[in-house]
Design a protein around this ligand. Structure first.
Ligand SMILES: [Ca+2]
Ligand SMILES: [Ca+2]
Length: 528
């Protein structure tokens, strides 16, 4: 830990020198340096998604837990993280816990509510906001509401779910997928000994709650208020946000989230809500009224395409179009950008373990607009391809014998020590992916233009180069990334030739007069 701190100081000092800012006179306090450099502001800051089960195990039962996670808050703080999104922690029959049995509980494998309140307190001490997954489209089929509803047609909980007689035409005609986020084709599920089937969009273990029932909506609001008021979380990540009502009722979905937001604002006016709507920008945009932050899946697909083809020239144009689409609905939206999350193959696997490409991916994530989310382990190049367990493998803190919190609930297939260097090793290596992430997050956090600046795509007539300007107030930054394996040389347009002051370069990119020389997978960031 001490060595890491020292390295961090050196890195920050190096960044100061590189950015041309005056170096801080007092180097003794890391906190002092950070606050002096900070331009980022929640929620326009970098967040980190954690699968608690795989992150850090404090009691050697092989399962990650809340106390373990609390012990790693300093790691996140040093990385420059200002918010965490925690995947579900409530009681559930599944390892991933996206099918909830008790919406106000903590799964005993993960610890207690007291442990979690301590986590929230410790996170807040470090200015890290806490966002938890709220999974209300469906419950578990083991939830007491569903057990009652399935057992007894007269139960007051019957109408908490969606039922249809087995001969009802809507339960027929199944067999095709209806969205990008599920390959399930059977949405109606049998209950043994009953003529009625229930609707479960994802699978039979996840019966959909009936949001046409006002009582269900009140239950959900009660749950939300509990976490905000009693526990002190800062907001929610809303799972399956486009499936609250069936696919042919999008307007009801939009309206529901507006109602949800208004209900949460009654107890926490600045509540943060980030929604999962797996779709392109025009489908996502109408949700920005109720869910001001939404994951930008479309850009994650575009960035991956660009890395695969080596053509970066259309990235900023795409991003600009998406921003304009959101802007028309809610000018105060938060563009939650990602490279991948717990439902997608890990970015390092998608680029076939190519460290250069993984570094460009991160450079794009932290210089393009948005409030970026890092999926745990991405910063050390963890690998993983579906099935889901294999994209959620144990985090590697140190070599096996020295790792005091590595989880063992699943045997890793992709992120083994042979394939991925643990944090402790990468922290010592100035060229590691981890230090690349740290440097870019620090760079972003210390620049208003990179944090919240407007985006202007730049056409350099070169397919390989992603070029754009970010501007906020007096600060204007020109960003160039070469996504190809070939060196390229581009001419900076006359209108941008006042951008001369080097604030960051990667892989020996250089500026000679108005010419930028960009070796393979290099980046150049210059300020006016
Ligand atoms: Ca444990
Ligand atoms: Ca639903």
């Amino acid at each position: 830990m001490k060595k890491r701190n020292l390295h961090h100081l050196l890195l920050i000092t190096a960044l100061y020198l590189a950015t041309g800012c005056s170096a801080p006179t007092v180097l003794g306090s890391e906190v002092g340096i950070k606050s002096e450099a900070k331009a980022s502001e929640w929620p326009h800051s970098v967040s980190y998604e954690i699968f608690v089960q795989s992150f850090c195990d404090s009691d050697n039962d092989g399962i990650g837990d809340i106390k373990g996670m609390t012990s790693k808050l300093d790691y996140l703080d040093e990385l420059g993280i200002e918010g965490v999104w925690l995947m579900p922690m409530s009681p559930s029959p599944s390892y991933h816990k996206y099918d909830v049995n008790d919406y106000t509980g903590i799964h005993p494998d993960y610890g207690t509510m007291e442990d979690f309140k301590t986590f929230v307190e410790e996170a807040h001490k470090r200015n890290i906001k806490v966002v938890i997954d709220l999974v209300v489209n469906h419950s578990s089929n083991q939830h007491p509401w569903f057990l009652e509803a399935a057992k007894d047609e007269k139960s007051p909980y019957r109408d908490y779910y969606v039922w249809a007689h087995k001969d009802d035409p809507q339960t027929k005609g199944e067999g095709k997928t209806t969205g990008d986020d599920s390959h399930n084709v059977q949405h109606w599920h049998e209950v043994k000994g009953s003529d009625y089937k229930y609707f479960g969009y994802f699978w039979g273990g996840m019966p959909d709650l009936n949001f046409d029932n006002p009582k269900v909506r009140q239950e959900v609001y009660k749950v939300g208020r509990y976490w905000l008021e009693e526990v002190g979380v800062d907001g929610f990540r809303l799972d399956a946000a486009r499936h609250i009502f069936p696919d042919d009722r999008p307007a009801d979905n939009h309206a529901f989230w507006e109602e949800f937001r208004a209900e949460m604002q009654k107890v926490k006016p600045d509540v943060y809500l980030v929604g999962e709507v797996w779709a392109e920008a025009d489908v996502v945009a109408p949700y920005t009224k109720g869910l001001p932050a939404l994951f930008n899946f479309e850009m994650s697909w575009k960035i991956l395409d660009a890395l695969k083809t080596g053509n970066g020239d259309s990235l900023a144009i795409h991003h600009d179009r998406i921003i304009n689409t959101y802007q028309q609905v809610n000018p105060n939206f938060v563009d939650a950008t990602i490279l991948s999350n717990h439902d997608q193959n890990r970015i390092m696997s998608e680029v076939d373990g190519d460290l250069n490409k993984a570094k460009v991916a991160a450079a794009l994530l932290f210089t393009l607009p948005g409030a970026p989310y890092v999926y745990y382990g991405e910063e050390i190049g963890m690998q993983g391809k579906k099935p889901d367990e294999m994209i959620r493998e144990p985090f590697l803190w140190d070599t096996k014998t020295n790792d005091d919190c590595r989880t063992t609930w699943v045997t890793p297939k992709f992120s083994t020590e042979q394939n991925v260097k643990p944090v402790a090793q990468q922290a010592q290596d100035p060229n590691s992916l981890l230090n690349h992430y740290k440097a870019y997050i620090q760079l972003r956090n210390s620049s208003k233009a990179l944090t919240q600046g407007k985006l202007e795509p730049v056409n350099l007539s070169n397919r390989a180069v992603s070029a754009f300007v970010r501007t906020m107030g007096d600060e204007s930054v020109l960003v160039l990334h070469n996504l190809s394996s070939k060196e390229v040389s581009v001419t900076i347009p006359a209108s941008l030739q006042e951008h001369k002051q080097l604030i960051h370069q990667h892989n020996a990119a250089k500026l000679y007069g108005s010419t930028a020389q960009l070796p393979p997978y290099s980046s150049l960031i210059i300020r006016k």
